[in-house]
Ligand binder design. Structure first.
Ligand code: ZN
Length: 337
């Protein structure tokens, strides 16, 4: 029998993640873990209950991670391990942190009045490579589809696309389409559920999804995604189902407009089986080893297929629809300034 969604346990799980943040979380992942927990609580409708008193502190902490006026090194960093007072070349924004930092501020109800838009855009622009891809940070890091997606999220949130050479980014995405119709992390690389989501969501956020892909390319993408369901979804052929792909591929199917063609009930049963019914959280394949990423994306995937009592998730930006509506109000105010 399919277990029920253990809302109270997951709420407690995310709250514990936030409580453990000061000591138990690796520095390079601090902001990402905070985002999973904050957005997870939001989807559960428990943000106000659990963060009533800490909300202001959380917002202030995220703003302390912002590096502004540092030219190409501007953006958000993952932690305050290096005190900001120390002027150092080691402070550097990271695109995934800039995206999750801005998203977390939105979810917490902040109006983004403390962000330095120009600096963020300058930092992001410096991360784009000549082939159109993005590196995570200008000090040097991996470059691939993940950071094209982060750059698109940041641009969509700021409602300003001047930090991206869109034509080059689109060219990089098109060149990364593999022989089987889905998308790899870069040209010539194997198709993967995660990079396929990043590519499709990037084109969607750029409002180019149906302009740059032909009917045939869209059909092949849809087919690849639908064929990766075997109960839940796997990220690559021959791999077992993994709860995070119920989001990566489920969200891709939603953006492509064919989510209904997948078997939502089987997917739901798989994801619910990966939840730890004692401690809360979700695992990859089973319910024993949970982690914040699978806990959050497991919830997101259930929200996508309309799980009752969960906030609706915005598939392209991976935040709640509630937070997205708050963003649209902020953008309206920016326009009228
Ligand atoms: Zn996974």
């Amino acid at each position: 029998m399919t277990p029920k969604l253990m809302k109270k346990k997951h709420t407690r799980y995310f709250h514990i993640i936030l409580q453990m943040m000061p000591s138990e979380c690796p520095d390079a992942m601090r902001l990402t873990f905070a985002f999973f927990a904050i957005s997870g609580l939001d989807l559960l409708g428990a943000l106000d209950d659990y963060l009533r008193e800490e909300k202001e502190d959380a917002i202030n902490w995220i703003y302390r991670l912002q590096i502004s006026g540092a030219g190409p090194r501007s953006g958000f960093q993952s932690s305050t391990m290096i005190p900001k007072e120390i002027e150092t070349k080691y402070h550097c924004g990271h695109l995934a942190m800039t995206y999750t930092g801005l998203a977390s501020l939105l979810i917490l109800g902040d109006d983004l009045s403390g962000i330095d838009k120009e600096s963020i855009i300058e930092g992001m622009r410096a991360c784009q490579n000549p082939d159109g891809s993005f590196t995570a940070m200008v000090m040097g890091y991996e470059s691939d589809m993940r950071f094209v997606y982060c750059a698109c999220c940041v641009s969509a949130i700021l409602d300003d696309w001047s930090g991206i050479n869109k034509a080059k980014a689109i060219d990089y995405i098109l060149k990364s389409i593999s022989y089987d119709g889905a998308v790899g992390q870069g040209p010539g690389l194997e198709s993967h559920g995660g990079s396929t989501f990043c590519a499709v969501a990037s084109l969607y956020l750029m409002n180019e999804l149906n302009n740059v892909l032909s009917e045939k390319q869209l059909d092949r993408l849809k087919r690849w995604c639908l064929m990766s369901q075997d109960g839940g979804f796997h990220g690559r052929p021959g791999k077992p189902s993994d709860s995070c792909y119920s989001f990566w591929i489920g969200a891709t199917l939603q953006l492509l407009g064919v989510k209904e063609l997948s078997d939502c009930e089987e997917n739901r049963a798989f994801v619910l089986d990966t939840q730890n019914t004692i401690m809360g959280g979700f695992g990859k394949h089973d319910n024993k080893r949970t982690d914040p990423l699978h806990a959050y994306l497991g919830l997101c995937s259930l929200s996508l297929i309309g799980e009752p009592n969960l906030q609706e998730v915005n598939a392209a930006l991976n935040i709640s629809q509630r937070a997205y509506t708050h963003l649209l109000e902020i953008q309206e105010r920016w326009k009228n300034k």
